[in-house]
Design a protein around this ligand. Structure first.
Ligand code: ATP
Ligand code: LTN
Length: 334
């Protein structure tokens, strides 16, 4: 992977209010590293976020909030392009073109659609169904080769590859096939329902937000679901929420880089979850302290953040226009 310097990296996150440690360990952590190795585009996918229930009064604040998160965690506008999806209108046009070559039955297979449709039964809208096609347009508009995401997005990247193949077969070689890039922890589990992935749509207590202060982290971690035996049996873990919860906490300790503590708990015959929780909460609060400080500074200069997004959109559009012109010619509308 590292040899192919010419590969383009693209990924996006929905502006829905908060970023949690699942987003960080599953995707964002990789963004920060990749910006030093490849040409990278990192987006705030506001159009995608319209498919879930939202308040129009909040949307701009959520967009700014995610932009500040990106910058505070270490994305550097000198090393990568950061922009808002809707500022590059070519993406919606490409999504429509892809709609016309994507069989409905392929979208019906998408597990994210099925999950989300169940979670928002009163709002199973067309956008939710078409969500992966818009995602394919995001990725292919920039001819990206690598897509850093968490495990839940792998199926969407596979569909993107299929869409690229269908397009190339019908209209001539245009897109190369992108690959998903996972971190060593592509699936952090919920604190309250550990058999499900940590997700912002499952309630505040189920996740640790990157902006949570030490006290909040402590409260949430101390209430995280575990089980009384103190034993983590990897064979039983898949169906045992308490064991999975405990394993998830242990994983966090490993990911936070405290190997000594991790090994100590791992070796215990009966793990003291009280001690484990204390250690995890402490490490989490420590790890994101600098992030919280940077973010507090950025909050005082929204105009600066806005400027970064404007410059990002301008630079992204230069590439987007090239691809869309090529696509229009290939499909015969120019
Ligand atoms: P939702 O609650 O709507 O499912 P989300 O919390 O999954 O939202 P997204 O904006 O959809 O957040 O995801 C941003 C990125 O974080 C994606 O690459 C996604 O795969 C990754 N991600 C999300 N949740 C986790 C998790 N629990 N573990 C690892 N990666 C995750
Ligand atoms: N669907 C993704 C967000 C997303 C994305 C993308 C990720 C939109 N477009 C392109 C990678 C590449 C999600 O829900 N996390």
């Amino acid at each position: 992977m590292k040899n192919d310097k010419n590969k383009i990296v693209y990924s996006g996150i929905q502006p829905t209010g908060i970023l949690h440690i699942g987003n960080y360990f599953g995707a964002l952590k990789n963004f920060v590293v990749l910006q030093n190795q490849y040409k990278c585009y990192f987006t705030i996918v506001d159009l995608h976020s319209l498919a879930t229930n939202f308040d129009p009064k909040e949307k701009l604040k959520q967009i700014m909030s995610l932009a500040m998160d990106y910058l505070a965690i270490g994305l550097d506008p000198k090393r990568c392009t950061i922009f808002v999806q809707s500022h590059v209108p070519e993406v919606a046009e490409l999504a429509w073109i892809f709609n016309c070559i994507t069989p409905i039955k392929e979208l019906e297979r998408m597990t994210q659609f099925k999950d989300k449709a169940l979670r928002q039964k009163k709002n199973v809208n067309m956008g939710l169904f078409d969500y992966p096609v818009l995602q394919a347009a995001d990725i292919l508009l920039f001819k990206a080769g690598l897509v850093p995401v968490g495990e839940d997005q792998v199926q969407h990247v596979e569909l993107t590859r299929d869409i690229a193949k269908w397009f190339n077969a019908r209209f001539g070689e245009t897109f190369s096939l992108p690959e998903a890039l996972l971190t060593e922890s592509p699936r952090i589990m919920s604190l309250t329902e550990p058999l499900h992935k940590m997700s912002k749509s499952m309630g505040e207590k189920s996740y640790i937000a990157l902006t949570d202060d030490a006290k909040t982290i402590n409260e949430k971690i101390s209430k995280a679901v575990t089980e009384p035996s103190g034993v983590i049996d990897e064979k039983k873990i898949k169906d045992n929420p308490g064991m999975m919860g405990a394993y998830n906490l242990l994983e966090m300790l490993r990911l936070l880089g405290n190997k000594k503590q991790y090994d100590r708990f791992r070796k215990m015959k009966k793990i003291s979850y009280k001690d484990l929780k204390k250690a995890v909460a402490h490490e989490l609060a420590d790890h994101f302290e600098l992030f919280r400080k940077h973010r507090a500074v950025l909050e005082k200069s929204p105009a600066k953040v806005q400027k970064i997004l404007e410059i990002g959109a301008r630079s992204a559009r230069l590439e987007a226009v090239k691809t869309i012109e090529e696509v229009r010619k290939k499909i015969g509308i120019r």
